[in-house]
Design a protein around this ligand. Structure first.
Ligand code: TYD
Length: 224
């Protein structure tokens, strides 16, 4: 068992992950939890270099190449950042982890899920999220939100894929969540950021306490 606690955030484009990660990290900071934030693709120097290639619209690469690049970045990230933090007993909050490979390269990209599992198990080296928040959003709602928040002319290579692709990503995530209901918390990402944050903090505290882990916020009742 991890000494630390691994929380991952997953979801389609425009699901509001960044906002929710920021809100959760404000909570963790306020209550003196020992935590780090990281992301995939990226998280360590090699992975961040790969991220640039992977998201670049000029990169002409297929799902298999994408997956192998994501996986090699994952090895570096897990070994240099995630595992050491978990071994120190920290909470690790990740903006995407291997579920993204299943959703994007597997369910949507058409790679065999057995191949994804084989290589992912190898790359993640036994690191498994304790808790995964899936911010569920439709293609239309996700891109509406993106259009409000940023310039749609700057979409990256994944954001530029068509509705059919993004619909498959969404269904893939929901199928994974159904298969592992104890790990996944599925959240309607169209709700207000405050409402979503409350649910996330509540679920996190409930599970954290169930594991017998403690912190000042679990000792007094946090006002949610
Ligand atoms: P994203 O996390 O959406 O970052 P931002 O919103 O800050 O641009 O971008 C990362 C993209 O990488 C996202 O479209 C999903 C994709 N991705 C995969 O296809 N497979 C993976 O294994 C991972 C980790 C990400």
């Amino acid at each position: 068992m991890n000494k630390g606690y691994l929380i991952t955030f997953e979801g389609g484009e425009g699901c509001g992950k960044s906002t929710q990660i920021k809100l959760l990290s404000q909570f963790l900071k306020e209550y003196n939890f020992d935590y780090i934030l990281s992301r995939e693709p990226g998280g360590a120097t090699f992975g961040e270099a790969l991220r640039k290639i992977l998201l670049d619209n000029k990169s002409d690469i297929d799902a298999k190449t994408e997956f192998l690049l994501m996986s090699s970045g994952r090895v570096d990230h897990v070994e240099k950042v995630v595992k050491p933090a978990l071994e120190r007993g920290q909470i690790v909050v990740l903006d995407r982890f291997y579920d993204s490979s299943y959703a994007y390269q597997g369910y949507a990209g058409g790679l065999d899920l057995k191949d994804i599992k084989y290589i992912t198990d190898f790359a993640a080296g036994g690191c498994k999220p304790d808790l995964t928040f899936l911010l569920d959003i439709s293609y239309e709602d996700g891109f509406d939100r993106k259009a409000r928040d940023e310039n749609l002319r700057n979409l990256d290579r994944f954001e530029n894929k068509d509705k059919e692709f993004h619909d498959k990503v969404r269904l893939g995530y929901l199928e994974m969540a159904k298969k592992e209901p104890e790990r996944f918390v599925v959240i309607d990402a169209t709700k207000s950021p405050e409402e979503i944050n409350k649910k996330i903090v509540k679920e996190f505290l409930k599970r954290y306490v169930q594991l017998g882990k403690k912190n000042e916020s679990t000792e007094k009742s946090v006002d949610l």
